[in-house]
Design a protein around this ligand. Structure first.
Ligand code: DO4
Ligand code: MG
Length: 275
């Protein structure tokens, strides 16, 4: 089942049918360990509605914090080592890839996040920017993964590469993340053979495309949740980006007006343009 946060309310989509649940508080609705069973129950009693209107879709976040994990795929480790060689950061990335404790960092609150169809941002003080396509977990206060969405962890490689201590500036700024289009809710763990695909278009032409399967991730999803939840409570639940396995080559940087499309099997496609 797919769950959309929309301007009209919360829309549940199951196979070809849609059900609109109006005037519902997203925070209360989503922060439910029995979300899948709740949706199964609701579609028995709700009237069918019109299918989701893409222009009405909002980012699936309200008062949840958005956290992110890093260097969870080999490609991310290698890309980061390349960009930080001059700053001597190379060792840190090799160590964190192999360490028991993963890299986790605070990414944003809803205020800095956009939904599908909206504009992501690149910083004016950055000269090297990339999107990072990431499976993103929807986690309740108790630490249960109840859904999956698509995330774009926009990143400044020039700032991050200059000094790894600049990570918060490379990662967190207005328009630094996109989430959506929906939350995929299932009673089974997501299939780790699912493909993440990234396509970037400039002037209607594809200038970069790549894909990777989730099973290339070095760590388990539960492991990442358990580290984010160590000594942190999340009264409204939390969204967790799980890291990128796709890093374009060093000669690539995003431009204003580029279109970024990220697809993950079973979830859908998140589309954004650069402001
Ligand atoms: O250490 C830098 C950030 C890593 C990251 O965001 C990723 O691997 O996805
Ligand atoms: Mg990332």
């Amino acid at each position: 089942m797919k769950l959309y946060k929309t301007k009209e309310g919360i829309l549940i989509e199951k196979e070809e049918n849609s059900y609109l649940f109006k005037e519902q508080d997203w925070d209360t609705f989503i922060n439910d360990d029995n979300l899948f069973e709740k949706l199964e129950g609701l579609i028995q009693i709700l009237q069918k509605s019109a299918p989701v209107n893409v222009a009405d879709i909002l980012a699936p976040i309200q008062n949840q914090e958005l956290w992110a994990c890093g260097v969870t795929y080999l490609r991310s480790k290698v890309g980061r080592q390349e960009e930080s060689k001059a700053a001597g950061g190379s060792d840190f990335y090799a160590k964190v890839y192999d360490a028991e404790r993963p890299e986790v960092f605070f990414k944003a609150t809803a205020h800095r996040v956009v939904g599908t169809g909206d504009k992501v941002n690149i910083r004016k003080d950055s000269v090297w920017d990339v999107p990072e396509p990431e499976l993103t977990l929807v986690v309740t206060s108790s630490g249960k993964i109840v859904g999956y969405t698509i995330g774009n962890d926009m990143s400044s490689r020039s700032i991050e590469g200059e000094n790894p201590l600049y990570l918060p500036q490379a990662k967190t700024y207005d328009g630094c993340a996109a989430l959506g289009p929906c939350v995929f809710v299932t009673d089974q763990p997501i299939d780790l053979n699912s493909l993440i695909q990234l396509e970037i278009k400039r002037d209607q032409k594809i200038i970069f495309e790549a894909n990777i399967t989730l099973n290339q991730m070095k760590r388990s999803l539960e492991e990442l949740v358990s580290f984010v939840y160590r000594e942190c409570s999340f009264p409204k639940g939390c969204l967790i980006m799980t890291g990128t396995g796709i890093v374009p080559g060093s000669d690539f940087t995003l431009h204003s007006k580029d279109e970024i499309k990220i697809s993950i099997d079973s979830i859908g496609t998140l589309v954004n343009t650069v402001r």
